[in-house]
Design a protein around this ligand. Structure first.
Ligand SMILES: *Cc1c(COP(=O)(O)O)cnc(C)c1O
Length: 377
């Protein structure tokens, strides 16, 4: 059996161990230290736009702390893109609030501005103005930010960007993760860069960054003893993991180019196959990091499904994955309101994510191409 080709596996740059070693040498084996500070500075520098970044234990933790700071609490409603990974919605539930799910735009795959407005209007009619909107840049593709921001601004509802999959992407030249009141980043093992596990919250002010760090370190008041006036969390990033992150930030731009080259490879590979569309930017306003290159298979003009293709890859020890199953179809969220049609559901039924690691070799690409060439569509 050939070795496994993963969907998206960690890809070290080379300097990570040096920063981790430094932490050991100085005995800063703790959830604070120079690596944490420097990692935050590196992300702030990368995003530009005068942002303030707090390094945390995960992207999910970052979203939790964003919603807390936006005042989301028991009985509130938060609008969330339905076509996403469950971590975009779970923190709403942690706070005793209700997710209100919204369908996607067919060409962009992210939140539909029209259904967003419909949802807001209908919730307001029900005497409940949503406390926040969570938009996702799925698989690295920037959402329709002008339209989404216009709706959020008109109804004065704060926007949170889930940029877990889109570090390195931009919309009209502005980086994903810089549009919202808050944005979350993820450095889980399968993301474009990784700290093994980790995340960050991007904020607009220094005070919000301080508040995020305060909440993530058990909300300790200033006093010689341990005093607490608020409920705290243990969400700060380890100085060891942050050392990995420092090394990864040095190669982020390279990783973006490698993932974009994978996307070009797949565009070429499927160019003659009429039944397959490779998900791509609609126009030059959008610049995707192509975290995962995804295809859809048109079942009307071929006899095979996305799952048939997944099996064909699996036989050759190549990992692929169906697109995210929309949140409004998940058993855990079955009682939540939903606004939209069947766009997200349709994508789920016909889509597949292909191996997209920045460490994909030419040999790997040959194996992948051979599965596609031998597949009877
Ligand atoms: C990975 C991911 C998250 C969660 O990040 P973690 O660091 O794994 O907690 C949130 N949203 C999306 C869309 C993701 O892909």
């Amino acid at each position: 059996m050939d070795s496994k080709i993963w969907l998206s596996s960690p890809h070290m740059g080379g300097m990570e161990m040096k920063y981790v070693q430094e932490a050991f040498d100085n005995n800063w084996v703790a959830p604070l230290g120079k690596n944490v500070d420097e990692f935050e500075i590196a992300i702030e520098h990368y995003l530009q736009d005068n942002k303030f970044v707090a390094a945390l234990s995960s992207g999910t933790a970052a979203l939790h702390l964003a919603l807390i700071q936006l005042g989301v609490g028991y009985g509130d409603e938060v609008i969330c893109q339905s076509f996403t990974f469950s971590a975009s919605a779970n923190p709403i539930k942690y706070l005793g609030a209700t997710p209100v799910f919204v369908d996607s735009d067919p060409s962009n795959w992210n939140m539909s501005p029209e259904f967003l407005e419909k949802a807001i209007q209908d919730r307001i009619k029900n005497h409940k103005k949503p406390k926040a909107v969570i938009v996702v840049h799925l698989y690295g593709m920037p959402a329709l930010m002008d339209e989404i921001l216009e709706v959020c601004n008109r109804y004065e509802i704060p926007l949170v960007e889930d940029a877990a999959e889109s570090l390195g992407s931009s919309y009209k030249g502005r980086k994903c993760g810089t549009f919202g009141e808050f944005a979350l980043l993820s450095f889980n093992g399968n993301k474009i860069i990784t700290t093994s596990g980790g995340g960050a919250l991007v904020a607009n002010t220094k005070d919000e960054k301080s508040k995020t760090i305060f909440l993530s370190t058990q909300a300790r008041d200033q006093a010689p003893h341990y005093q607490h006036s608020e409920v705290g969390y243990n969400y700060r990033l380890s100085n060891i993991c942050a050392g990995i992150g420092r090394g990864q930030m040095e190669v982020l731009e390279e990783r973006v180019q490698q993932r974009r080259a994978n996307h070009d490879f797949y565009k070429e590979l499927f160019s003659d196959i009429e039944a397959v569309d490779v998900f791509s930017e609609a126009n030059s306003d959008f610049y995707s990091n192509h975290w995962l290159t995804s295809i859809t298979i048109n079942k009307d003009i071929c006899s095979k499904s996305n799952l048939d293709m997944m099996s064909a890859f699996a036989e050759k020890n190549i990992e692929t994955r169906p697109l995210w199953k929309p949140m409004h179809l998940q058993p855990v969220f079955k009682d939540c309101p939903y606004y939209g049609g069947d766009v997200a559901e349709g994508l789920f039924n016909k889509g597949l994510c292909l191996p997209s690691g920045s460490n994909l070799t030419d040999e790997d690409k040959k194996r992948i191409a051979s599965v596609v060439i031998n597949f009877q569509f």
